[in-house]
Design a protein around this ligand. Structure first.
Ligand code: FES
Ligand SMILES: [Fe+2]
Length: 402
């Protein structure tokens, strides 16, 4: 575990609080391997919404770094996840990213698995061979009010706190009964942490995101924002949105559990949703009775962030591909009974966060170019980078946890 003459434990200990991470956290393969084991491999990752897989045999595949999971609705109607790794000699079993099957057939030698993960056929094996010992390995899966989470550990962090404390805010939007309106994947040529750091701060918004900055208030001076917040709070309750704030994020997570959070922030006057013209994009969600001009942020663990407007939800998931590449998956969710063409237009719905994410892709890639330079030295965080600071400290804490 020695790299560049200095161990990772020393590297973590030498981190200066309030400053960006040392170069080696981004570029050292030993650090990356440890992150895969202790951070990415031990924590929950959002894999989508339960409505994406309504029927037994409906499946999707989620790839994260070297791991691949098949998420499938079983013959009993329950969602499960399995490692997409054949129990014969290890080939990927499922090469499609989503679809419907009666059985999964390994493309290498044809071993067949049913939708509950059991091995049902294997040619030319001798009489002693017991198929029951060769089912697909289970991957941890749980559902939090409609959202599907998976974890590549048999001993994942608890979800009791998130399920309990997020029950009320998630019920306002009726997450259980949403449906997926659109999904896009963005390949970002950068170390995965730079993408998540970027998502968590809006210091860059004013310069990088003119469309976002016209609508959202996260980058304005706190005094101006307070005035807008007060206006929104006065409207909120009448619109059926209770004023709730939860911060069990990252270092504030209950011991042994996934961190989570909830808050609502006002948009600028004239905007009720993340649309071009400020007008609604889809029917109101859940029990919301009118537009209050706000948008809510949900945090689910370390990789998954949701923005809930009154009429749709944008869910972000950032995962590593390898040390130098990562992916951002965005899921747009609307009311379960909304119909495309009648109630919403997918192009309009995805407009704001598509252009914003394309812009982020560029600035994150530039950041990645720069942090690899011999001249890179970690600089101090601004007051607008508190969430990012918390998150980087959480990563260090997880890296140091045996
Ligand atoms: S590796 Fe899958 S059948 Fe051989
Ligand atoms: Fe951004």
């Amino acid at each position: 575990m020695q790299s560049n003459g200095k161990g990772i434990a020393d590297l973590i200990a030498s981190h200066k609080p309030g400053y960006a991470l040392d170069q080696r956290f981004y570029t050292d393969p030993d650090v990356y391997d440890l992150e895969m084991e202790r951070v990415v491999g031990r924590n929950w990752i959002l894999a989508g919404h339960q409505s994406e897989l309504p029927q037994p045999g409906d499946f999707k595949v989620l790839n994260v770094a070297k791991e691949s999971a098949i998420i499938v609705r079983g013959s009993d109607g329950k969602l499960r996840a399995f490692a997409n790794v054949c129990r014969h000699r290890g080939s990927l079993v499922c090469l499609e990213s989503e679809g419907h099957v009666d059985k999964f057939m390994c493309p290498y030698h044809g071993w067949m698995y049913d939708i509950d993960g059991k091995l049902t056929a294997a040619r030319s094996m001798d009489g002693e061979f017991d198929k029951s010992g060769y089912g697909l390995n289970p991957v941890s899966l749980d559902i939090v009010h409609g959202l599907v989470l998976i974890c590549f550990s048999d001993d994942p962090p608890g979800l009791d706190g998130a399920k309990r404390d997020l029950a009320e805010p998630m019920a306002i939007f009726d997450f259980e009964n949403m449906k997926l309106a659109a999904h896009k994947s963005y390949d970002i040529p950068a170390n995965w942490k730079l993408s998540i750091e970027n998502y968590q701060e809006c210091y860059h918004c004013a310069t990088a995101h003119p469309e976002y900055s016209q609508r959202h208030t996260l980058m304005v001076d706190w005094r101006k924002r307070e005035r807008l917040q007060t206006n929104m709070r006065e409207k909120m309750e009448a619109c059926g949105i209770r004023n709730i704030e939860i911060d069990r994020i990252d270092l504030n997570a209950p011991p042994g559990e996934m961190g989570y959070g909830y808050s609502r922030t006002a948009m600028f006057d004239g905007y009720v949703s993340g649309s071009r013209d400020g007008q609604p994009l889809a029917p109101l969600l859940g029990t919301i009775s009118d537009f209050d001009g706000g948008a809510s942020d949900f945090v689910f663990g370390a990789f998954s962030f949701l923005l809930a407007y009154s009429d749709h939800v944008v869910a972000y998931v950032f995962t590593p591909v390898d040390m130098r590449n990562c992916r951002c998956d965005i899921y747009w969710l609307v009311r379960g009974d909304a119909e495309e063409g009648r109630d919403y237009d997918a192009d309009e719905l995805t407009w704001l966060w598509d252009i914003t994410t394309e812009a982020d892709k560029t600035i994150i890639a530039n950041n990645w170019r720069g942090v690899q330079s011999r001249y890179y030295k970690p600089g101090p965080f601004s007051n607008m980078e508190r969430a990012e600071r918390q998150w980087t400290e959480w990563v260090l804490q997880e890296l140091a946890r045996p």
